[in-house]
Design a protein around this ligand. Sequence first.
Ligand code: NAG
Ligand code: NAG
Ligand code: NAG
Ligand code: NAG
Ligand code: NAG
Ligand code: NAG
Length: 638
Amino acid sequence: MHRYTLPYQKQAQTTWLSLRIFPNSTSKLFRIFALFITIILILVTFQNLQGNKYFTPTKQTLNYKGKKISTENDIIVVVDGEKQGLILQPTFCQLSTHKNVNTHVIVTGQKRGLSKTLLTKLINEQNSSCEVFIYDLDIKTNDRIGTLELVFQEISHMLNQLRPEVLLYIKDQDNYAMRGVESALIAASNLDVTAISVPIEDTKHLNWLTHLPVEALKYWNTVKIQIQVITQDRPDSLARLIRSLKSSHYFGDEVQLTINMDRGADPVTKEFCHTLEWPFGQKSLRHRIVQGGLMAAVVESYYPRDDNDYAVMLEDDVELSPYFFMWTKYNILKYRYGPDRIHSNRMFGISYYGSKINELYLLGRRPFDPTISLEGTNYSPRSPYLWQVPCSWGAVYFPEIWREFHDYFPARLQDWNGPKLQNITVPEVRSNRWKNSWKRFLIELVYLRGYVMLYPNYENFASFSTNHAEAGTHIHLTEGSKPNDIFGVPLMEEDLVLSELPGGSMPKYADLPILDLLGNVVSKEELIQRGKALHSEVSLCPPNNELTFDPQDILCFDDEKRETVINETDVRKEHRKKMSEAINLILNHTLDDNGTKIEPEKLLKIVVELYNSSATAVTDVPSSTPIQSLPTETNMKL
Ligand SMILES: *[C@@H]1O[C@H](CO)[C@@H](O)[C@H](O)[C@H]1NC(C)=O
Ligand SMILES: *[C@@H]1O[C@H](CO)[C@@H](O)[C@H](O)[C@H]1NC(C)=O
Ligand SMILES: *[C@@H]1O[C@H](CO)[C@@H](O)[C@H](O)[C@H]1NC(C)=O
Ligand SMILES: *[C@@H]1O[C@H](CO)[C@@H](O)[C@H](O)[C@H]1NC(C)=O
Ligand SMILES: *[C@@H]1O[C@H](CO)[C@@H](O)[C@H](O)[C@H]1NC(C)=O
Ligand SMILES: *[C@@H]1O[C@H](CO)[C@@H](O)[C@H](O)[C@H]1NC(C)=O
């Protein structure tokens, strides 16, 4: 029996050895009892913990000497039994190759299927770099509660000793060792240990986790990703989407699913939603009583709770790859919570769809291929890229910019349907002509601010979502064209997320190519500059220097002018009303309601009135049609 040694002890906590935790007034008997319990605990602990340093001969120890204790991170992985050991081994070995990370593997012992000796052997059989400290709890009992208690004690002790940043274990309510780990984490909640618990079936797809810095892993449980589905009366499409959602890997995350049904939802759709079981988190249903249309349904489905609340927005004709969530969480943690977060504040979301179409050309829809855009640059042709085009065929949107859009959009819609005081025309793109499209207005905001969305760029457009482009509210098919040929892309069915990336990993934010709306490679500065140029043409206020995610600086125009235009529009409305009365009279051969001939004096009076009112009417009215009411129909065109 020997004590386990720790490489670097961080302010070793020994409160449990002392009785400081008990107030002085505590009875002597109780103190003695507590001391007794403590001694038992110590004995149990040291009997069972046979931790030893274990190194496979790889990473040069030079690295170790150069390290400063304060910059070190400790990660604990708890492994119960051989099955868990085999499946988790690539993950902890990979983690151990991180600079400044000490990886500690705690096994539960021979009796439970994996001892230190066996794990050492397993590691040696692999010819890959693995530098971990192994501890053996050597659990001997068969009793489930006894196991839970022992694991609880040992892990609690380890947590206090090591103060790790992260503890990784298998999510399994039926496993009492894992429940012991869970209890220890709850008891140690003051220590700020990030618990990562992953169902065993997801663990073989955990490679991406090891590509994240510990700094980002700390936010594992902070990031909340919700799913918003928009549907009405295509139950077959909806069922296909839900099937793909259910067969995705969520890595133990709790994911809320909301289905937004429009007023016209049919009974089959309603019944489907009603009986749907969603095992990954809360299920919510919404049903509109006034037809919202796609525009309202999509935009209103998500309003972020806070800056860690992300929404995956899906129309029902989309289908997903089993790895869409991996792509989402990996990129959110990497770009928004790791060291890159200071560079990525103009990123508004992540697309699942690797676009092979660009709809924005003035002449119409055109094939698009990022490898052609990247030709002749220093970027790898298969590099994921940042593109200004918002994707509506499967994407996750980020809270800050979506909130800004929620302020921008209604203000623009009101002006566009009314006085048209602001002519915001994004240069050289077709979206300016789209009617009833939220994307059109998001494109404006994106252009004015130099915002970008991340896109996958795998071989043959392999994607995390595809669009089946069923005829619906916004797809207009020309005869003879099969929609799937135009929009459909292959879904990534195998886990090639990392292996098919250039360099096997997502690049640093600054190393991602940036494409403008028409697919040309541009610099971040150039994009921002273009937005500012348009801004100064359309708004009286100068652009904010800092990003504040508040659109007021764009929506600045002369209030007096606004009022004049609105008054003038009122006058014009009155004018037109009289005009149509006169036209009717003349058309009816000057007969009144009763069919009697109208007197010439009365006719004259009306015409003079009309003449008089046109004289006072507006001279300087914008060349627009009169105010229309807000659109309520559904038939959106892109
Ligand atoms: C182990 O890897 C090293 C280099 O990575 C290689 O030279 C060696 O041949 C490999 N050994 C086995 C048994 O695969
Ligand atoms: C709006 O601006 C664009 C580009 O500056 C111009 O082509 C267009 O004619 C303008 N529209 C109106 C209604 O003024
Ligand atoms: C617009 O009409 C309102 C009420 O009719 C009036 O008080 C206001 O002065 C008018 N504004 C302008 C700019 O003509
Ligand atoms: C004239 O014709 C219109 C349209 O047929 C009808 O609505 C209206 O009641 C008729 N009479 C007058 C006095 O306008
Ligand atoms: C139509 O006839 C009725 C009854 O004769 C009368 O009260 C009414 O004023 C007439 N309407 C018009 C527009 O002359
Ligand atoms: C039209 O205007 C003239 C002079 O401005 C005025 O004398 C006349 O009463 C007005 N007629 C009507 C019907 O308002």
